[in-house]
Design a protein around this ligand. Structure first.
Ligand SMILES: NC(=O)C1=CN([C@@H]2O[C@H](COP(=O)(O)OP(=O)(O)OC[C@H]3O[C@@H](n4cnc5c(N)ncnc54)[C@H](OP(=O)(O)O)[C@@H]3O)[C@@H](O)[C@H]2O)C=CC1
Ligand SMILES: O=C(O)[C@H](O)COP(=O)(O)O
Length: 496
């Protein structure tokens, strides 16, 4: 279905074109990048390997379009976004089908990703018209030595061209979570989709095209991040970078110029289970949080620290639930589907082998066919094992048995990643104090980590990111403050 029907203009032969100035355009490089189906390991799609000149063309086009878009009234910007949301929802099957094939996400989750993205756009339009219509009015007299002879009008203005770079695991959702706020705030967007996930994302871009946004307001460049990434992120025409992905983001932030950065990076989300926890509830959340989309979520539970006295019971409950997970192809809507690439599967296998060699106990037999890895619970993990610290991005979950809550908090805080975490206990006072002590962007009480609902603030500390996302924070981040000061000829006090 990809590149068919209303999406037929995306293809030049068997290569997906890039999108500039409102037109699907073949690259002049004559080169393409292949996308492998993670489930079959066979070649699936080809996308254009764009050149540096084409990046320049996209940035120039974004710049010109932004100047005009900044003059479009907020209600009209919102109207365009609502139209986009509706079109995306209409096209959900085609976009979801791309996700199934390209990133091996099961069909039901792929559909959820597209519909959730439409909802995110609608919500962004609603929030945007309110947030952006409000500024501040200040008078000069509160500051020592001043009379009331100056009025300051502070308002929110666009940044210019926003570079949006999403990762493979939620290529559509994490593209629109950047595009929506950028557009409502009067910016234009240069999108660089992840290679794996690019075709789904380009179909979403065509929905932007169909929604009738001005030409050039959103341009999409494709190619390997390792080849065009540095050129694009250091381009002088870029005024903001919103990036989601792994450690690449750390390198980008070191090279980027003096522009606002929004970085959503890796996570090693710690789940703390206390002696008084509802173990059935904890096990349900640990299995859902640890294994959904085969553990390939930044918000996946990535290490469980459980009090020794309840560890056996918790492990038993987790194992019972793991047994019920279906393993297979995304087309069959299985719970566990192939991980994104052979490199990723080898990396996960390496982490498991290291833990096994160092004495960890695997509750399930290690089984792998191609990129498909059967779910594993790795018990009795110790701090010298790599899996205690590294992010596997796969269906393997380490358990650390702890003697005190402090030990669990220490493990959480000793990791460079600090995205989310969670704590299971019936004692709400304790939960709040533990949440304060766990130095991560968000702590969930009695539930697994999660980004959504998408208007909640979402941020990582330390190596997990810069800034805060979520619809409201992203809108605020994608504009700056401009002040106009009215200087009166003399002091003026109302009713004075
Ligand atoms: N904190 C959060 O909100 C989230 C974090 N993540 C994290 O993302 C990671 C998984 O995603 P993954 O796609 O593998 O991450 P990567 O960091 O490998 O890639 C992310 C994006 O960066 C691009 N890229 C690669 N190199 C460069 C470069 N030099 N300059 C600019 N862009 C570049 C990639 O393009 P290409 O594909 O062409 O290489 C892709 O679009 C995990 O660590 C996960 O935790 C995921 C979701 C949410
Ligand atoms: O990148 C991710 O992992 C997703 O944004 C997760 O979203 P969720 O936690 O709401 O499923």
């Amino acid at each position: 279905m990809a590149g068919q029907g209303v999406f037929k203009d995306l293809l030049d032969g068997d290569v997906f074109k890039y999108y500039v100035d409102g037109a699907w355009t073949p690259t002049t490089s004559g080169k393409s990048v292949g996308i492998i189906n993670p489930s079959t390991l066979k070649s699936l799609f080809k996308i254009s390997a764009c050149t540096q000149d084409e990046v320049n063309k996209c940035v120039d086009s974004c710049k010109a379009a932004q100047k005009l878009w900044a003059k479009v009234p907020l209600w009209k910007r919102a109207e365009h976004l609502h139209k986009l949301a509706a079109i995306m929802k209409d096209q959900k099957i085609t976009i979801a089908d791309c996700l199934v094939k390209e990133v091996a996400k099961c069909m039901k989750d792929a559909m959820v990703e597209v519909v959730r993205s439409g909802d995110l756009i609608d919500y962004t339009a609603e929030e945007g018209i309110r947030i952006l219509s409000e500024g501040k009015f200040l008078t000069s007299d509160p500051f020592p030595g001043n009379e009331r002879n100056k009025y300051c009008l502070a308002s929110k203005i666009p940044l210019g061209v926003v570079l949006a770079i999403p990762p493979f695991n939620y290529p559509v959702n994490l593209a629109v979570s950047k595009i929506g706020p950028a557009l409502i705030a009067g910016n234009s967007v240069l999108l660089k989709p992840p290679t794996q996930g690019a075709v789904a994302t380009l179909h979403m871009v065509h929905c932007i095209h169909m929604a009738g946004f001005p030409n050039g307001l959103v341009n999409a460049i494709t190619g390997k991040g390792s080849e065009i990434g540095d050129y694009t992120t250091t381009h002088p025409g870029i005024n903001c970078i919103s990036f989601t992905g792994g450690d690449t983001g750390i390198a980008i932030s070191k090279k980027a110029g003096m522009i606002p950065l929004q970085m959503e990076l890796g996570g090693k989300d710690t789940c703390l289970v206390l002696e008084d926890a509802d173990l059935e509830l904890a096990a349900t959340h640990i299995v859902k949080g640890g294994y959904s989309y085969s553990g390939q979520r930044c918000t996946a539970v990535k290490v469980v620290c459980v009090m020794e006295s309840v560890a056996d019971e918790l492990v038993k409950k987790i194992n019972e639930k793991i047994k019920k997970l279906t393993v297979g192809m995304p087309e069959k809507d299985c719970d566990i589907t192939p991980v994104i690439s052979e490199t990723s599967a080898n990396f996960i296998q390496g982490l498991v082998e290291d833990a096994k060699e160092k004495g960890a106990k695997l509750h399930q037999e290690w089984k792998r066919e191609g990129n498909l890895i059967w779910p594993v619970l790795i018990d009795k993990v110790l701090p010298d094992m790599r899996i205690a610290w590294e992010e596997p991005f796969g269906p393997v979950l380490p358990i650390i048995r702890i003697k005190s809550v402090e030990e669990g908090i220490h493990h959480c805080n000793a990791n460079n990643f600090a995205l989310q975490g969670c704590v299971f206990t019936k004692n709400i006072d304790k939960a709040i104090m533990i949440s304060d002590a766990m130095e991560s962007g968000t702590i969930q009480i009695n539930a697994a980590p999660a980004r959504g609902p998408d208007h909640f603030p979402f941020q990582g500390l330390r190596d997990s990111g810069i800034g805060s996302q979520g619809i409201i924070n992203s809108i605020n981040m994608m504009c700056k403050t401009k002040s106009t000061v009215i200087n009166l000829p003399g002091p003026s006090y109302s009713m004075g």
